[in-house]
Each structure stands twice: as C-alpha cells, then as structure tokens.
Design a protein around this ligand. Structure first.
Ligand code: PLP
Length: 448
C-alpha cells in the first residue's frame, strides 16, 4: 500500500503506519472487530485493497498471488480491469442514491429487459433485482409460492443456495451452515446426481437414472404439492459436481408432471462462466425461474430473480430497499456488453476445457487426485485417499489448499468436503492456467 492510501486512512481518523502492514497484525485486528463468518485466517493473509490487477492479488506484506478464485466467482474481469475503470470514471456523475424498487429509473428497466433477453426461453419474464444471491433465490421462491399457492420445495443434497431464511432451508452442503437454525420452508430432499460417487451405487454404464426414480418415490410417499424444484445446474459449494444432462432432464420432466416450477440457481455458475449465459443451457432445459448473483454486479452487490410474468399476484408482495441503483445497473449493462463484444462465452468454454485438460494430467500423475470435472471456468479437483476406494481425503485437501496459498502463492479455495475449486476470472490466459496447474502440482507433491 502506498503513502497515498495510508494517508486516506489517516485522514479518515486512523493512526496507521507503513510498519503496521503485516498479515498477522491485520488478521488479529480483523478477528477482534469482525464476527467470524467464512474467513479462514489460518490459510489466507489480509488482501491489499489498493493494488493488484487482473488475476494478480497482493497481501498487505506485498506478496503476490495468482488468483484462481475470481473472488468466489464474483470478479468476471479480475481486479481493477482498465476498461471497466474507464467506464466507471465516465459515469461518476450518475445519481446512485435511488432506492430501485420504490421509483423507476431508466437503467434498471434496461437491465431488466437485457437480463430477460439473455436468459433461456422466449416466454414473458419479469425480473426483480436484489442485493445478494441468497435474496435472488428467495425472490424466486416467494414468487413460486405466490403463483402456485403451494408451499413446499424439492432440493438436493449437497446443495448451496444461501445462508438466510428460505434460501438456507434449501441449503445442505455443510452442517455448520444449518445446525441450530430453524427450517424456513418444507423441503423434500434427494441426492444430487453425482456420477463419480453415485449414491445409488451404479456406474455410468449401468445407470437407469436411479436419482430421478428416487425423487419420484419421494414425491409419491411425501406428497407432490411442490411449488418448485430448485437445482444448481452445476453444484458449486457442495463440491463442483456436474450432473449428467439426462438426470437434469429427468428431474425437470418429473417437476412438470406434478405441475411445479423448475428453478435454476445460477448465482455461481451463471453469467457466462460455463460458456453459456446460464449454466442450465448446458443441459438443454428452459427453467421457469432463474436466480443470479455474484458476477452480475460487476463487483458490486447485486442479484436478480427472474420468473414468469406476472411473477407476483400483486404489488408489494416482495421488495427490498436497495436494488439495481442507476450506477450499478449501468455497470451490469456494461459488463454484459463487454462480454458479448469480447466473445467471452467462447473464451470461457475454451479456457475451461484447457484448464480441465491440464488438471487431468494431475489425475494421471497422482493416486490422490481422483477426479477433475467442470463446465467452462467452473472446475473442481477431487482429493481422495486412493483411486480405488475414492475415500475422501479431507485433511489432505485442506493441506494442499494451505500449501498452494502460503507456499506456491496460488490464491485458491476448497469446496465440498474434499474438492479444490477453480473459478477464475474470465480474463485468465492459457499461460496463467499453465502457471496455476504447476503451482497446484507442487502443492500436491509437497503434501503427499
Ligand atoms: C449457487 C448459489 N446460490 C446462492 C448463493 C448465495 O449467494 P449470496 O452469498 O450472494 O447470498 C451462492 C453463494 O455462494 C451460491 O453459490
């Protein structure tokens, strides 16, 4: 951090000096000030908020990292992307202090139209903007209940849809998220289609879509008055699991058979990450509802619930004070246009294939790298005790992540119980990918 930024903090009333810029000092101060949420201070240093570019991140001690988290799929174009900064400067005078849902302004309407046009299906849609992914999920859930008059949902295990209220009720990826909190809505839960560890013990060759039949049975014995089936088109937080399209289609067909809505939670996998605007398009399914978040805000907190018109049976059935303020809507519109102009859907597909191919070399090289899978730039690498038993190597995964971050300076995250998650920004290059795989390779080799 340079003197200019230290002075900004000084002028804001904080007595901070160059010698205070150490990870330990700021981690301790953060731990004293902030309730612990998802920070893992045993692994990650304190990020310097004033430097870094693209896929390069720095901590406050000046250590440089190669970032393959994309800020957990938030940063479409990485850090301080010059074209975006220029656009941001050009709209510095736009009013932002407009509560988006009490009064109309042009940018939000244009963004609503644009989002409807890039999401699958030609049916008439409506959009509600939100401030987070979880709220985007909840907006869809409320609409599905409002329009159907039904109250119950189908969700999966594992699944992640957020940590508040109704969204938490759908979530099931880690007991820490849920235990002790009440279940906000009724959920019928079945296993997520997970071919590497098929919960029904079948292989891809002898699969008869037992996962779909399990849902059919659950609906028969538990009741089929379901408002919506809520599914991640690629399970993210639960372990980067790619469901086979035939299973997604089977679940969709069953949902339609019982007159329920189908909802695709695109908060992590959407916004072009998988090479399609919405990841559900990889399965050729047109969902009734779509929840979006993370990258859609171009670095600012925004989400969107997209559903069939009229979405709500009347006014004031749903709203929140902040949503898609003019500046934020313009940022998002810029992002969508820039993605199209730069052909990023195609790039994400190609770079994702390259990343999986390179990581596949680690599957060949190490007994403990059990599987590499993903769609586009949403990729997981599963760490196991050995390939035969596929026993989950949780501790080894944690050690590999820690080594990757602290020794190889690869800014990377875990997911699920034993998976390493790679969700880099869309500007990642093949050279960056080679570099990332090399660092991960070293981390695995060191921790064996
Ligand atoms: C698929 C999915 N849905 C919902 C959410 C919740 O989003 P937020 O943390 O913005 O509420 C997440 C966050 O990781 C997610 O991955």
């Amino acid at each position: 951090m340079d003197e200019k930024h230290i002075k900004i903090l000084n002028d804001l009333g904080f007595d901070i000096r160059q010698q205070d810029l150490t990870n330990d000092y700021w981690k301790k101060r953060a731990a004293d000030a902030l309730a612990l949420t998802t920070q893992d201070r045993d692994v990650y240093g304190c990020i310097d908020h004033t430097t870094g570019e693209g896929v390069r991140i720095f901590d406050v001690e000046g250590t440089e990292y190669l970032d393959v988290t994309g800020g957990v799929a938030v940063r479409a174009f990485g850090l301080r992307y010059r074209p975006f900064l220029d656009f941001e400067d050009s709209i510095i005078d736009v009013i932002n202090e407009l509560p988006g849902q009490d009064f109309d302004a042009i940018p939000q309407t244009l963004l609503g139209e644009r989002i409807a046009s890039i999401t699958p299906g030609n049916h008439k849609k409506r959009v509600v903007f939100t401030t987070s992914g979880g709220r985007a999920v909840e907006g869809c859930m409320k609409s599905a209940m409002d329009l159907s008059g039904r109250r119950r949902f189908v969700a999966f295990r594992p699944a992640f849809h957020g940590r508040t209220g109704y969204a938490l009720a759908l979530t099931s990826s880690n007991s820490k998220h849920k235990s002790g909190f009440p279940q906000g809505v009724d959920v019928i839960r079945v296993f997520y289609p997970y071919c590497y560890r098929c919960p029904y013990g079948t292989t891809e060759e002898d699969c008869s879509l037992e996962c779909v039949e399990a849902l059919r049975y659950a609906l028969e014995v538990e009741g089929n008055d379901i408002a919506a089936t809520v599914m991640e088109p690629l399970c993210g937080e639960g372990g980067l699991i790619v469901p086979p399209s035939k299973a997604v289609n089977g679940i969709y067909d069953l949902t339609k058979e019982i007159g329920a809505y189908f909802m695709s939670d695109e908060v992590q996998a959407g916004m072009g990450r998988t090479g399609k605007w919405c990841a559900i398009e990889n399965h050729d399914v047109i969902p009734d509802y779509i929840s979006m978040g993370k990258a859609i805000g171009a670095g600012y907190p925004m989400g969107a619930s997209i559903g069939p018109a009229p979405m709500f049976t009347g006014g004031s059935r749903h709203s929140e004070t902040f949503s898609a303020e003019p500046k934020m809507s313009l940022f998002s519109l810029w992002l969508l246009k820039h993605m199209e102009d730069g052909d990023f859907l195609k790039k994400n597909k190609e770079n994702g294939e390259y990343l999986r191919k390179r990581l596949g070399e680690l599957v060949d090289k190490y007994e403990v790298v059990g599987d590499v899978r993903g769609l586009g730039l949403m990729v997981g690498m599963e760490i196991v005790k050995d390939k035969k038993t596929k026993e989950k190597a949780r501790k080894l995964r944690d050690n590999v992540v820690k080594n990757a971050v602290q020794k190889q300076h690869l800014w990377v995250l875990g997911a699920g119980q034993n998976v390493i998650r790679l969700t880099p920004s869309y500007i990642i290059t093949k050279e960056n990918i080679d570099d990332a795989v090399e660092r991960l390779d070293k981390a695995v080799a060191t921790e064996l």
